[in-house]
Design a protein around this ligand. Structure first.
Ligand code: FE2
Length: 285
């Protein structure tokens, strides 16, 4: 009988998974085991610390449900989601990806180009538009733009029982020029939820929970790689210190303030308002 020690237990576990048939699964699991064991040895993890980690995972599962995913938020606040994005994003030079975040919902309502999403929402009126193109610069007709954002109180519709269902989120199809446009309110910087395990972790690390103002996008079109990204307000005070590390320079744009009643009237909103333009370049599959 072999005596297991700190020095040989990693090899014993690696040997135990040697029969994994799927080559990629074997590669990923082997590396995970090696790194986790190395980490435990590196910090000489105590029993109490191990129990704390298990409790963290348990609590993360308990607070996770259809409208909140604390596992994603953990991944986001540890920079894992962004690292995965950076590794896999735009290999051919298209628009950079950014985190999906925990507040996406499938099945947003489909609306016409130019729709006003404001409804009863408070906030500063903002017109958002742009063009979806191929890498070669050709407009893509019929691309699906799926967008979601916070209300002025910093909450997404699915975090806030006071907001109507589907508030400040929609899908639309680009026209023959690849164009999309909608009117909304300026998204605000907000804190990721801190009433769960992630909040405890941020406290422990002496970090704030703020994200700079952004619009979330999912952009898809036949024959093209799906894009999940965010478009940031470049003047936001948290642009350099996003709690989830989602900001990329290429995704930060100005919100131009326009003080013209005549212009505002065209969109059925009041002046002053903001204008945001962002074009997407999708990679071919
Ligand atoms: Fe967000």
């Amino acid at each position: 009988m072999k005596n297991l020690t700190e020095g040989n237990i990693t090899d014993a576990v690696l040997k135990a998974i040697d029969g994994t048939k799927d080559a990629r699964a074997k590669e990923v699991m082997s590396s995970l085991i090696r790194h986790l064991h190395a980490f435990v040895k590196d910090v000489q993890l105590t029993q109490d610390e191990w129990e704390g980690a298990i409790e963290y995972l348990y609590d993360t599962g308990q607070i996770t449900g259809p409208t909140r995913n604390e596992f994603i938020l953990t991944s986001d606040t540890l920079g894992i989601s962004s690292l995965v994005d950076i590794i896999n994003s735009n290999p051919d030079g298209g628009t950079e990806a950014s985190v999906l975040g925990p507040f996406y919902i499938e099945g947003s309502k489909m609306v016409e180009i130019g729709t006003n999403l404001i409804g009863d929402s408070e906030g500063e009126p903002t017109v958002v538009s742009g063009i979806v193109r191929t890498l070669g610069g050709d407009p893509i007709e019929g691309a699906i733009i799926d967008v979601w954002q916070t209300a002025a109180n910093g909450l997404y519709e699915n975090q806030d029982p006071e907001q109507p269902e589907n508030n400040l989120r929609c899908k639309m199809l680009t026209n023959k020029d690849g164009y999309y446009e909608f009117t909304t309110i300026k998204p605000v910087s907000y804190k990721v939820p801190t009433d769960g395990p992630v909040g405890r972790m941020l406290d422990l690390q002496g970090r704030h929970a703020w994200r700079p103002s952004h619009l979330h996008y999912k952009v898809s079109a036949d024959g093209h790689r799906n894009l999940i990204t965010e478009v940031f307000c470049e003047e936001d005070e948290y642009i350099e210190e996003d709690a989830v590390f989602g900001v990329r320079k290429s995704l930060a744009v100005p919100y131009k303030k326009i003080s013209s009643e005549e212009e505002a009237k065209k969109y059925g909103i009041s002046s002053p308002f903001y204008r945001v333009e962002f074009d997407f370049e999708l990679e071919t599959l």
